[in-house]
Design a protein around this ligand. Structure first.
Ligand code: NAD
Ligand code: UFG
Length: 339
């Protein structure tokens, strides 16, 4: 298929573009580069040896997006485009609602106008309510606690309405758990701007000496070692999940609207991640315990059985690979930045 990857220069979109190209699809990336760098396009091409069509544009611009559809025979869309920092969404809600919702609306409008009805949307485990029992099934109660999570839920609901208005649509909602790691070549990975919000990039930057020590947010959670437990998933496994979701859409004879968790089904604590990172890389990761971070839960992990049954997908890589590949990228990135 010829796939338009919206937000494809970003962290998950670039890895998914590699997997799509390796599975034989053609890829057209549209990205404004608001949170990414054009170097990821080179990385994708270097890894795969294949050409990617890249258009720098804001997805909210109907005419620019329509011109991409006019030029390329797009058959499916994967929508990664949006802002994703939870804390920032609390301080800048309008920016989040504007960007995330309008990217989704304009994409669906252009698709509709051009008769393209195959869509995969990046959602998040953050849509689930804190009150659910674990592991989280797709049928669990949703009740996001921040504007970012609400943008994801509203887009899910909007796409369901779109499907109900025209059942020719084939829509797959993918709820990611905690994506980490990088492509094993170290040519693409996660390079957050400023101070990282997430655990793995912070740990990588401490190990490489860019930051002094990790602050571990809370040591008194109701978990085996007192630190938060999450379902970390290697970004290449996540990327493969999109290829499987696309195959399901391709094979489906009728329109469909489905929601899948993409996680491993296994949780690791912050201390387990730090210890694994130290073992894998031989670097020490100094840390201190600080107050809990507002909004964090004790434990969160997926029931990933639906994706296994319906998409024939399951995560293959473990925390060892996640730490190894995050570290490979960190080293390569540091060299490219600092010579
Ligand atoms: P990212 O910021 O690296 O990638 C998003 C890309 O979208 C960036 O390249 C950015 O430049 C682009 N973009 C943003 N607004 C745009 C616009 N208006 N027009 C064109 N391009 C635009 O983030 P990521 O980690 O790769 O996440 C991809 C998607 O997955 C996001 O929708 C995110 O909310 C979702 N998600 C991420 C995580 C995570 O932990 N990384 C977890 C759950 C869900
Ligand atoms: N943590 C620290 N120190 C840090 C960063 C994180 O101790 O410097 C801890 C957190 O308290 C938590 C764990 O590490 O226990 C993971 O935190 P992350 O910030 O890496 O990930 P979250 O689970 O908070 O959230 C991430 C994304 C969300 C997404 C969610 C999906 O940031 O956007 O995964 O489960 F919705």
């Amino acid at each position: 298929m010829k796939v338009l990857v919206a937000g494809g220069a970003g962290y998950i979109g670039s890895h998914t573009s590699v997997s799509l190209l390796e599975a034989g699809h053609d890829v057209v990336i549209v990205d404004s580069l608001v949170n990414s760098d054009v170097s990821s396009i080179d990385g994708i091409q270097q890894i795969t040896g294949k050409k990617v069509d890249f258009v720098k544009a804001d997805i909210r611009d109907f005419n620019e997006l329509d011109a991409v559809f006019a030029k390329h025979n797009i058959e499916a869309v994967i929508n990664f485009a949006g802002h994703k920092a939870v804390g920032e969404s609390v301080s800048q809600p309008l920016e989040y609602y504007d960007n995330n919702l309008n990217c989704a609306i304009v994409l669906a409008k252009v698709m509709s106008a051009r008769g393209v009805r195959n869509l995969i949307f990046s959602s998040s485990a953050t849509v689930y309510s804190e009150s659910n029992t674990l592991p989280l099934k797709e049928s669990a109660t949703v009740d996001p606690k921040n504007p970012y999570g609400r943008t994801k839920l509203y887009i899910e609901r909007m796409l369901q309405d779109v499907f109900e208005s025209d059942s020719a649509w084939k829509i797959s909602i993918l709820r990611y758990f905690n994506p980490v790691g990088a492509h094993p070549t170290g040519l693409i990975g996660e390079s957050p701007r400023g101070v990282p919000n997430n655990l793995m990039p912070y740990v990588s930057q401490v190990a490489s000496g860019q930051r002094e020590k990790l602050s571990i947010f809370g040591c008194d959670y109701d978990t085996p070692d007192g630190t938060g437990v999450r379902d970390y998933i290697h970004v290449m496994d996540l990327a493969e999940g999109h290829v499987c979701a696309l195959r399901k859409i391709e094979e489906s004879e009728q329109g469909c609207f489905s929601t899948f968790n993409l996680g491993t089904g296994r949780g690791y604590s912050v201390l387990e991640i730090v210890k694994t990172f130290e073992d894998v890389t031989g670097q020490s990761v100094p840390f201190e315990f600080v107050e809990r971070r507002e909004g964090d839960v004790d434990t969160c992990f997926a029931d990933a059985s639906l994706a296994r049954q319906e998409l024939s997908w399951e995560a293959r890589l473990g925390v060892y690979d996640m730490c190894q590949d995050a570290w490979n990228f960190q080293k390569a990135f540091k060299i490219s930045q600092h010579g």
